[in-house]
Design a protein around this ligand. Structure first.
Ligand SMILES: Cc1cc2nc3c(=O)[nH]c(=O)nc-3n(C[C@H](O)[C@H](O)[C@H](O)COP(=O)(O)O)c2cc1C
Length: 194
């Protein structure tokens, strides 16, 4: 039996194919080695994200499956993410620089880092990689594992890799993967459209 789930967004207005087709998978090919040029392009897309006053507060810890660094990031994940994210080819920690060296707060650090990650994921999907961002991890463990100073705040872990086969995953993960992708109507998000 072949299991297939269409994850493409059913949009109310046309959007770029890559935006409609990007989705957060929990099914990674556990044998796939990262496409280095696609990963470099995803990081490059993050690099060219806009940021407040061009401060570029994003930092990334990039770890490949099989390395000690990958194991440290994987160990920091909450159990519900550990169930599938170890199959990713790469785990990237997105980190925000929250204050400058002289202690001035970087008010847009999280906003800008999120935008850089959005660029990263869209570029990755355009190159046939798949991604899944996770907030479910132990930030203190990541800070300790990579000796991060107080002004470097880990925000998310991004699993990156090649789409795997639904046949390889557990019934629990399959159930989560099968939940339809939905969004509320845009009219509920637009407060005013005069
Ligand atoms: C900041 C952030 C944190 C997230 N944390 C988790 C997580 O810990 N585990 C998980 O399975 N998905 C996580 N997700 C994925 C979201 O659940 C997912 O993006 C959302 O359901 C929409 O699905 P889509 O990305 O396929 O459109 C996270 C996404 C973001 C942006």
């Amino acid at each position: 039996m072949t299991i297939a789930i269409d994850r493409t967004a059913a949009t109310d207005a046309p959007i770029l194919d890559v935006l409609a087709e990007r989705f957060s998978t929990r099914v990674f090919d556990r044998n796939a080695v990262i496409d280095e040029s696609a990963l470099a392009s995803a990081l490059e897309a993050a690099r060219w994200a806009p940021s407040a006053n061009n401060t570029q507060p994003w930092r990334f810890i990039v770890t490949r499956r099989g390395t000690d660094a990958f194991a440290k990031v994987y160990e920091s994940l909450r159990d519900f993410n550990k169930a599938w994210a170890g199959d990713a080819s790469v785990l990237v920690v997105a980190v925000a620089l929250t204050s400058t060296e002289d202690g001035s707060p970087m008010h847009y650090a999280q906003y800008d880092t999120g935008q850089a990650v959005a660029h990263f994921t869209v570029q990755a999907h355009a190159a046939s990689l798949v991604t899944h961002q996770m907030g479910g991890f132990d930030r203190a463990a990541v800070k300790a594992a990579f000796d991060l100073p107080d002004n470097l705040a880990p925000l998310t872990v991004i699993a990156v890799g090649t789409l795997g086969s639904l046949e390889q995953i557990s019934p629990e993960v399959l159930a989560r993967e099968s939940v339809p992708r939905t969004r509320r109507a845009i009219t509920e998000s637009v407060l005013l459209n005069d």
